[in-house]
Design a protein around this ligand. Sequence first.
Ligand code: ATP
Length: 508
Amino acid sequence: MIAPAPSNTLMEDIVGLCKRRGFIFQSSEIYGGYNGFYDYGPLGVELRNNIKQAWWRDFVQCRDDIEGLDSTIIMHPKIWKASGHVDGFSDPMVDCKESKLRYRADQLFFAPVSVDGETIGYVSVVECIDQQEVAEKAAAEMKRKMAKQGELDTIELKEYTEAKPEQYELIPSPATGKPGSLTEPREFKLMFETKVGSLADDAATAYLRPETAQGIFANYKNIVDTGRVKIPFGIAQIGKAFRNEITPRNFIFRSREFEQMEIEYFISPNADWKTLHREWINTCTDWLVSIGLPREGISEDIHPGDKLAFYSQATTDLMFQFPHGEQELWGIACRSDYDLKQHQEHSGKSMTIFDETTKEKYVPHVIEPSLGVDRTLLAVLSAAYTEDEVPNDKGKVEKRILLKFSPKIAPVKAAIFPLLKNKPELVEVAKRLHKKLQRRWNVFYDASGAIGRRYRRQDEIGTPFGITIDFDTIEKDSTVTLRDRDTCEQRRVTEDELIKFLEEQIDG
Ligand code: ATP
């Protein structure tokens, strides 16, 4: 028996708003869409750029120990052989022979249903926020349909990867609800292949990078040799990565083309890596809070020793409470000297560095904080999405949708409104102020419609400040009305005060 998909209205609301207001569109929509690919519209691209710029400023420009890099997406295929991706970068996949649908075996859960110790069948459920509850409901339904008397035993969900061969035939397919059509799990390679050059033989096979990190390792020697760095130091990169995910889902959370912001932070093999790892976890958490994520929505998932790759000393994921559940946002791994040693062996080039402080020569170890741009953007959208009630122009209370973005990353920083569009003296002052602010920030000019409606349109796209030019501006004291998106409070400020305030809020 297959459990129904959970209702997830927050995700639906976010997806709807993103399409309606031009943040994110399904790729190739005019051809029916393309699963696992998304396009960013006018507001989405601003938000995305602001997130990347904040990260770059805080982790590269404001630090003396981290350098930037921009390496190619397609690199020599030997890089992926050395890194282990060609042989090992895969996910366990299970097919439904009847529906031809595919699932990730570690995201498909099953449990035997038993009544007073007697197994009467199996339930399966695709990973979701309330999977335990939906599996229990499905089990109760099975018991009812089979008219079994007695007590249902506790439902203990397990990953399909843990199923025994004799259970494959008994576990229902999520697609059909019937047992007998699921295959045993097989490894599915996640790297996209392409051909480089005019010959289409095997030697021409290349890969779209599945992570930006290997471009950093491949350039480590270049950066060390240019002589600007000394241990400990980091190399940072922002760029596209591609994974042929078996089941892309949850909007932009898991897609096939996405962007990463990664740092490889090189340390001495004798350094106190545990303390440095802890410092990185704290720094990364604080950064997420600085762009507007609630600290209480972030938690840490420490990978247990038996789940770590053999070369990894420790990995902690920063988890975020997404609309579809608590999931990985930022992976912070201590990867020892594995990658550099692999490249040293495969390329024959030395990856050692001379440590000026200790006068030793060694291949450094590395701490890798790896963050997805798209997942950060989804986290920011989920944290910002709010519905409340405010009075309209006529004093009637109405429902309002707003995005409470931090001014630092909001796509539009302020909107400038002349109170009336048919009063040239108001329009002239508003346009002049708009032109002035536009040179520094992404601001928006809007003269059409009732002022309350104009505020509401900006609230919905997360513009933190509304600036209205009214008759007091031109007749009395040159002050403008500054409105706060979240509280709707308004106050009068001079142009100098306005600019100082915006500087503090946006750039501060
Ligand atoms: P998951 O377990 O969710 O597949 P992962 O552990 O494979 O993620 P990493 O290889 O550690 O992910 O990648 C680092 C970061 O890149 C992740 O924390 C995430 O933010 C982002 N990321 C990875 N895969 C995807 C994807 N398919 N779509 C969007 N972002 C991704």
